[in-house]
Design a protein around this ligand. Structure first.
Ligand code: ADP
Ligand code: MG
Length: 255
């Protein structure tokens, strides 16, 4: 038996939408503490894969295990969330009318503690944890401002902070650099790198400059037509003939 502490194991996953195979015999193994980048052309099935992990979409067949003990296919979306699988969608979903700090507090308290979070007494540990997260996501100065007043990039960082507040064991981050300035993208990379090791993170991304920034010495997975086309160090993946053809080739044609 393997001694590697796998956090997530997907085997032979399949998912069709009206006969179209969005996920096709997908095999994917993630070790605890990894920062894994998943790339692939539009429609490759990247977001659908996250939907399968979080229970938003059910596969037609295959298996999906968490911590080598939990069969995710037997759990509903809320149960999966409670296991510690947190997700950041492409568009930020923060509470605009609440302050940055309140947004973090809502996540700290969890879905059952909203009333308490806003009107109850805040414990010292919660204060300390919020300060720590605010520092990590570089929003200390904006803590008392409404989340709605944040720049696009800052909202994305707040959302990553909310995953940290949830104590997510696995952070799923879908295209964080979309719509960001170059500087925001760079800082997002630094943030994700600072979390690597302490957390396990899957980042889906298109921007190759960003991918290179966060995947030095790490594994990159290339998805194509719902299947893993290639996996390995970023240089190997970028120079792979098949990847150049389906991913980079197609991208330059589209540009
Ligand atoms: P990616 O995130 O890699 O761009 P997606 O996972 O969003 O790709 O989509 C993969 C394919 O599955 C696309 O062709 C998309 O249109 C299709 N698809 C995804 N979700 C649905 C759905 N709920 N209903 C029908 N088709 C879907
Ligand atoms: Mg997508």
């Amino acid at each position: 038996m393997s001694m590697v502490p796998y956090l997530l194991t997907a085997e032979g996953l399949n998912k069709s939408f009206d006969g179209f195979k969005a996920i096709n015999d997908l095999n994917f193994v993630l070790e605890k503490g990894e920062l894994r980048t998943v790339i692939g052309p539009n429609g490759a099935g990247k977001t659908t894969f996250l939907d399968l992990i979080t229970g938003r979409t059910r596969p037609d067949s295959g298996s999906l295990d968490f911590e080598q003990t939990h069969d995710l296919l037997k759990l509903n979306e809320f149960e999966i969330y409670r296991l510690g699988i947190g997700r950041k969608f492409q568009t930020p979903t923060v509470y605009n009318d609440h302050t940055v700090r309140e947004n973090l507090l809502l996540s700290l308290a969890g879905p059952r503690g909203i009333w308490h979070a806003l009107f109850g007494r805040i414990r010292k540990e919660q204060e300390e944890r919020m300060d720590e997260i605010l520092h990590t996501i570089k929003l200390v100065e904006r803590a008392r401002d409404k989340a709605g007043s944040l720049a696009h990039g800052q909202k994305q960082w707040l959302e990553i902070g909310m995953l940290l507040a949830q104590d997510a064991k696995l952070l799923l981050v879908d295209e964080p650099a979309a719509g960001m300035t170059d500087e925001e993208t760079q800082r997002t990379g630094e943030l994700l790198l600072s979390l690597a090791g302490k957390h396990t993170i899957v980042v889906i991304e298109h921007d190759m400059t960003f991918v290179r920034q966060i995947s030095q010495g790490r594994t990159v997975t290339v998805l194509h037509q719902g299947h893993v086309l290639c996996e390995g160090p970023v240089d190997k993946v970028q120079n792979d003939e098949r990847v150049i053809e389906v991913y980079l080739g197609r991208k330059s044609k589209a540009a």
